[in-house]
Design a protein around this ligand. Structure first.
Ligand code: PLP
Length: 361
């Protein structure tokens, strides 16, 4: 059977080459007589795998020795808790730019552990259909937290924001991690759940400035303290070994693709096919986000009624295009067009959208 065109928001499509390489390695990894899944994380063979994944994160983003890369479980959802727990010192406020469902969860988790939260800017007034163009920090900001791509509403930061000297910038980059060049040096910490753009579920990749780790609050539980992962090379306990291996394969695929500039071009082309149809549809498809802030990763749109949306989704599925239903909190339609989504899939969707409009307009 043919593979479907997979527009799932996460876990999401992975590159065919990666799946085939993993399949070849699966039963007997490079002639070692066992699967990666069966290896001790303390073995030399596994150390090579995690070292390579680490090195690839650094080389793709061009990171220097001043940054560390950590692999942590618990999802991006646990990062909502860890960031305030580690970096909001007594008397300082967590500053968050509120752009959707995920930033709301970041606010909630900081509140839950008794941290003071200041919403530095918000796009809630217009149903999160844009990225705020300015922000106001509180008097004593611990840091500023942004969500670089809003997976559910479909908005994306087009720039890496500037922050005043001395204010660390933290980003939840789960859904646009490694999708385009990024000025990582502006950020003190970036985290990304792997299952959107760089692998299967089970691991968060954290990029952190080493000197930022010196500011961590004391007395934290080991598993919730970034320094635990930093000091132990992400092997204080058993890491998600197979997921880290898969991330390594996806990163090798990105390198072979030509790096982030090439990946970005590819993503622009794919999203362009679909946005073009929306823009030329005379309101048949209504994009949720203002054009200048639209995401290259998650394309959100509505049709004139829920019935028509249901028909659209089911006819698309019949043509082998799956995952087009919007998030349960927003409804509508969403096409996720992550790095690994092949060009023909985006093309097929845009053609189907044009045809569907003709038949139902
Ligand atoms: C998916 C997602 C999350 C949540 O990730 P989990 O791994 O399910 O905890 C958080 N932030 C963003 C931007 C996401 O896309």
């Amino acid at each position: 059977m043919e593979r479907v065109h997979n527009f799932n928001a996460g876990p999401a499509v992975l590159p065919e080459e990666v799946m085939r390489e993993a399949q070849a390695d699966f039963f007997n990894y490079k002639g070692k007589g066992l699967s990666v899944m069966e290896m001790s994380h303390r073995s030399k063979d596994y150390q090579e795998i995690i070292d390579q994944t680490y090195a690839r994160v650094k080389s793709i983003y061009g990171l220097g020795d001043d940054y560390d890369v950590l692999f942590i479980q618990g999802g991006a959802s646990m990062q909502f808790l860890m960031t305030p727990m580690n970096f909001a010192a007594e008397g300082k406020e967590v500053n968050i730019i509120h752009t959707g469902v995920w930033s709301k969860k970041a606010i909630e988790q900081a509140n839950l552990i008794g941290k003071k939260v200041h919403v530095a800017a918000s796009s809630e007034d217009k149903k999160f259909s844009y990225i705020p163009k300015g922000y106001e920090l509180s008097d004593n900001p611990a840091y500023l937290h942004i969500t670089t791509n809003n997976t559910i509403y479909g908005s994306e930061w087009q720039i890496d924001p500037e922050v005043p000297a001395g204010v660390p910038l933290i980003a939840d980059a789960s859904s646009n991690f490694m999708s385009k060049p990024m000025d990582v040096n502006r950020y003190s910490l970036i985290y990304a759940g792997a299952q959107k753009n760089v692998g299967p579920a089970g691991c968060v990749v954290v990029i952190v400035k080493k000197d930022y780790l010196n500011t961590i609050n004391e007395g934290l539980p080991s598993m919730l303290d970034y320094n635990t992962y930093h000091k132990a090379g992400s092997m204080f306990n058993t890491p998600p070994t197979f997921t880290i291996y898969m991330i390594g394969l996806v990163l090798k695929w990105i390198e072979n693709f030509g790096g982030l500039d090439k990946v970005h071009q590819h993503n622009l082309t794919k999203a362009g096919y679909i946005y073009d149809v929306i823009d030329k549809s005379d309101g048949f498809y209504k994009g949720h986000v203002v054009a200048e802030d639209r995401s290259l990763m998650n394309i959100t749109f509505r049709l004139s009624s829920e019935e028509l949306e249901a028909k659209f989704i089911s006819e698309a599925a019949a043509k082998g295009m799956i995952g087009l239903k919007g998030h349960r909190s927003t409804g509508g339609c969403r096409a996720s067009t992550y790095n690994s989504l092949p060009l023909p899939a985006a093309k097929a969707l845009s053609e189907f959208m044009t045809e569907f409009m003709k038949n139902n307009g």
